[in-house]
Design a protein around this ligand. Structure first.
Ligand code: GDP
Length: 356
């Protein structure tokens, strides 16, 4: 990478700093007030460095009590999903980040169970949101839907494994998949380029839809356009993770120490770590919008097409502040709920008519 291209990412290279406080002003003002809620899922065989990377990305120890099971435990276990939530604050901007890790994936003898477990976790979050949205306290819904899924690919193979292809196909209608090549420090520059090309080819050949960065508006400034161009070019991001701080040429860096030198995690010449983080931070809103407009809508319409009953009606109507709502509010809310049921019924009828 040239020094010019490295410059585009220099703003985020300050150690001890994630960078979401650098979001464009408009988004910033909104988020200062509300704070972000963002959920990231990391999927991939165990041992690929998922936890190390996530801790390094958010400069926090998300898994302080993690126990790594032995081989026998591993082959017996089904995948166990572990959501961990941290609140990070930078320059007054709050981020409530939930990371859902999938330890054990790829260890069990039968991976079909792992798939099912992960898929149903994603669906459960949609279902919860759907229920809350049709409930009465719509203003304070907690959004636990998965906004982004880092899919870890092994650097040791020659591309995607059949397991990866099958699983990505099951995931792509439900989440924004961002493919990530793990442990990039084991690859030479040439090997990395070759693996990236193969992975992209296989993704295209198998009709897998991954998250694609939106085109820039023409009036966007040139530096931002260049940054997005470089981010697009880096997919699938080849990353290394480490949580050890060491000193290199008088600077404190996060790195992996080898007999022949140090791999610096946040050095764009060494791996795509900074690019992956920049992509995530600068596109958090887009990832949330696509989750809402595409993946959640898919879920909702599929559910209606199946003719599933609407979510259960709540019996008690409670107001957060006063404990009970006055009659006028109750009537209004009942009318709203009725209207929603009618709309859903109409949508169901439309689907049935199309099927006939
Ligand atoms: P997970 O099971 O996918 O969460 O993997 P871990 O984060 O627990 O890492 C598994 C092992 O790989 C540990 O020994 C890490 O130190 C090592 N590791 C993590 N990231 C990297 C990396 O980028 N490169 C290399 N070579 N090893 C890594």
């Amino acid at each position: 990478m040239t020094s010019e291209s490295a410059k585009s990412f220099s703003g985020l290279e300050t150690p001890g700093y994630v960078g979401f406080a650098n979001l464009p002003n408009q988004v910033h003002r909104k988020s200062v007030k509300k704070g972000f809620e963002f959920t990231l899922m990391v999927v991939g065989e165990s041992g690929l460095g998922k936890s190390t990377l996530v801790n390094a990305l958010f400069l926090t120890d998300l898994y302080p009590e993690r126990v790594i099971p032995d081989a026998v435990e591993k082959s017996n276990q089904t995948v166990k999903l572990e959501p961990s939530t941290v609140e990070i604050e930078e320059r007054g901007v709050k981020l409530r980040l939930t990371v859902v890790d999938t330890p054990g994936y790829g260890d069990a003898i039968n991976n079909t169970d792992s798939f099912t477990e992960i898929i149903s976790y994603i669906d459960d979050q949609f279902e919860r949101f759907l229920r809350d949205e049709s409930g009465l306290n719509r203003k304070n819904i907690m959004d636990n839907r998965i906004h982004c899924c880092f899919y870890f690919i092994s650097p040791f193979g020659h591309g995607l494994k059949p397991l990866d292809i099958e699983f990505m196909k099951q995931l792509h209608n439900k989440v924004n998949i961002v493919p990530v090549i793990a442990k990039a420090d084991v690859l030479t520059k040439k090997e990395m380029l070759k693996l990236k090309t193969t992975v992209l080819d296989e993704i295209a050949k198998n009709g897998i839809r991954i998250y694609s960065l939106p085109e820039c508006d023409s009036d966007e400034d040139e530096e931002y356009k260049e940054q997005v161009r470089q981010l697009k070019q880096a997919v699938p991001f080849a990353v290394c993770g480490a949580n050890t701080l060491m000193e290199v040429r008088g600077r404190k860096v996060r790195g992996r120490l080898y007999p022949w030198g140090v791999v610096e995690v946040e050095n764009p010449d060494h791996c795509d770590f900074i690019k992956l983080r920049t992509m995530l931070i600068t596109h958090m809103q887009d990832l949330q919008e696509i989750t809402q407009q595409v993946h959640y809508e898919n879920y909702r319409s599929e559910r209606l097409a199946k003719g599933a009953p609407p979510p259960p009606k709540r019996n008690t109507i409670i107001d957060d502040k006063n404990g009970a709502l006055n009659d006028k509010d109750r009537i209004l809310q009942e009318k709203e709920a009725e209207l929603k049921r009618m709309t859903e019924l109409l949508a169901q009828m439309k689907v049935q008519m199309q099927q006939q």
